[in-house]
Design a protein around this ligand. Structure first.
Ligand code: NAD
Length: 487
């Protein structure tokens, strides 16, 4: 069988329904704009069926002891490991990535599965004291019921893993609405989960557009907990619905992440990390360094090195390339328009700023790595997340000004500082308002056992993955056990 069939179906209750009368959405390789496959443009009926399947399968899964659920997750991890080359090929094609990067993402999904498999042996509650004699007081984690999961397209395999595995280990049924640009890897992973022994119906995958299938899932009364990774704009709408329905919700949203370069930084190291943080994955990371704040005294030197390095980056999906295309034509057009507006506001485009049209790239959605300076902190581009290979440079007179600029954003996802001064580094970590603070590294990078998430407009305070993700996907129940004096 070919790796990617022409039609990639939903997976509902272990069945892959034929397209029937549903309209189709093309899945396009962003590297060359070729159509890879079609997915169904699902709507309310498909979401209803998926939620019903999850509701039917969930009690049996919840009744399976958590340690045994963990064993299923271990088998899933092993099967993904065995099929990681296929998974990586799918990711590379549908997301327009280098194969080594796609393999790295498959590895991240495997690590995440293994971590949550182990959580099946923990799932700790608390045993505590009681105000009454001979009474035992404890908390126990219970599944929420059905989890409705919605993910972004940027790193498809980890995005799947970060939500699906914690939801499963807690004993929930799952309905995943895939990202319309990268739906194939989610379908492939869901198949592997069932092949590894996950009972049919526990995990259901529905393709479709956000405003249709996504909205139907968010509003569905049969969904007990929602977890969403995507833009702040959509996150706010989901929070409104969840608020009305008093539904539990976890929101992992956008970022406008600052990377501060101090006068005592190792400039070459700072350039190396800034380059990776701004341009790896073509800047399509919620944690991308899109605001680089540099002390005045080293601004020119840093800017010259960064621009030279950015000009040297190789575009494409071959193993020796540095960055690939952005996810679709609409995103490319958005970014080109934003660059035009910044230019009209007086910004200086230090490098890039245009579509890449070299042979082999012209058909794809490639934007040259772009470094911009001279923008006011209040300018549109300084405040708006672009989600592409564009970064802006800002000058700061010193540490205080740099911290102020770093915090001058509606977002608060990640932040980094480059300095050799430990006092500065620690002061930055305590004063920057972000969910992640990095010293002498990039703004990106997260580990499956660590809680990731943001403050302000970057989220609603929840953290996934890590042990903290269990708080999203389980409800605490207090259990009191009353004893009597033995006769
Ligand atoms: P998006 O919000 O447009 O779409 C994300 C997902 O939401 C897609 O699956 C989409 O179909 C769905 N969706 C869209 N409208 C919906 C609606 N009305 N109801 C329900 N679902 C809907 O975001 P995008 O442009 O695809 O992704 C990029 C965004 O994701 C950026 O803002 C980025 O920072 C964010 N992101 C955040 C994290 C994080 O962990 N904080 C990680 C990756 C991406």
């Amino acid at each position: 069988m070919t790796l990617i069939p022409d039609f990639v179906p939903n997976r509902i209750g272990g069945i892959e329904p034929p397209r029937g009368g549903l309209a189709a959405i093309d899945v396009v390789n962003p590297h060359d704009a070729r159509v890879l496959a079609a997915i169904p443009r699902s709507g309310t009926a498909e979401i209803d069926a998926a939620v019903a399947a999850a509701r039917a399968a969930q009690p049996g899964w919840a009744a399976t002891p958590a340690v045994q659920r963990g064993e299923v997750l271990h088998r899933i991890a092993n099967l993904i490991e065995a099929r990681k080359d296929d998974l990586a090929r799918i990711v590379a094609l549908e997301a327009g990535k280098r194969l080594p990067d796609a393999l790295g993402e498959a590895g991240a999904a495997i690590q995440c599965a293994r971590f949550f498999a182990g959580e099946g042996q923990r799932l700790f509650g608390r045993t505590t004291t009681s105000g009454m004699a001979l009474r035992w007081a404890m908390t126990v984690r219970r599944p929420c019921g059905v989890a409705g999961l919605i993910i972004a397209a940027n790193t498809p395999a980890p995005n799947f893993a970060w939500k699906v595995f914690p939801a499963l280990i807690c004993g929930n049924g799952v309905v995943l609405k895939t990202a319309e640009d990268t739906p194939v890897s989610s379908w492939f992973l869901a198949r592997l989960c069932e092949e590894a022994g996950l009972p049919a119906g526990v995990l259901n995958v529905v393709h479709g557009l956000g405003a249709e299938a996504g909205q139907a899932l968010v509003e569905h009364p049969g969904v007990d907990v929602l977890s969403f990774t995507g833009s702040t704009r959509v996150g706010r709408m989901i929070a409104e619905v969840a608020g009305r329905q008093l539904k539990k919700v976890s929101l992992e949203l956008g970022g406008k992440n600052p990377l501060v370069v101090c006068d005592d930084a190792d400039l070459d190291n700072a350039v190396r990390w800034a380059l990776l943080a701004a341009f790896s994955n073509a800047g399509q990371r919620c944690a991308a360094a899109s605001r680089i704040i540099v002390f005045d005294s080293v601004f020119e030197a840093f800017a010259a090195k960064l621009v030279a390095a950015a000009r040297g980056l190789k575009l494409g999906v071959a193993p020796d390339c540095d960055l690939g295309p952005v996810i679709n034509a609409r995103q490319l057009a958005n970014m080109l328009a934003a660059i035009d507006r910044a230019r009209a506001e007086g910004a200086e485009i230090l490098c890039g700023g245009a579509r890449a049209t070299a042979p082999g790239l012209a058909d794809g959605f490639y934007l040259q790595p772009t470094v911009i300076s001279g923008l006011a902190p209040e300018a549109e581009m300084s405040c708006t997340e672009l989600f592409g290979p564009i970064t802006c440079l800002y000058r700061a007179a010193g540490f205080e000004a740099a911290v102020e600029l770093a915090n001058n954003t509606p977002y608060g996802l990640t932040a980094a500082i480059h300095t050799r001064d430990i006092d500065r580094a620690l002061a930055f970590a305590s004063r920057v308002r972000s969910g992640v603070a990095v010293i002498n590294g990039g703004t990106h990078g997260s580990e499956p056992h660590m809680p990731f998430g943001g403050v302000k407009a970057s989220g609603n305070g929840t953290r996934e993955p890590g042990t903290e993700a269990l708080d999203v996907y389980s409800d605490l129940q207090d259990v009191y056990l009353n004893a009597q004096m033995p006769r």
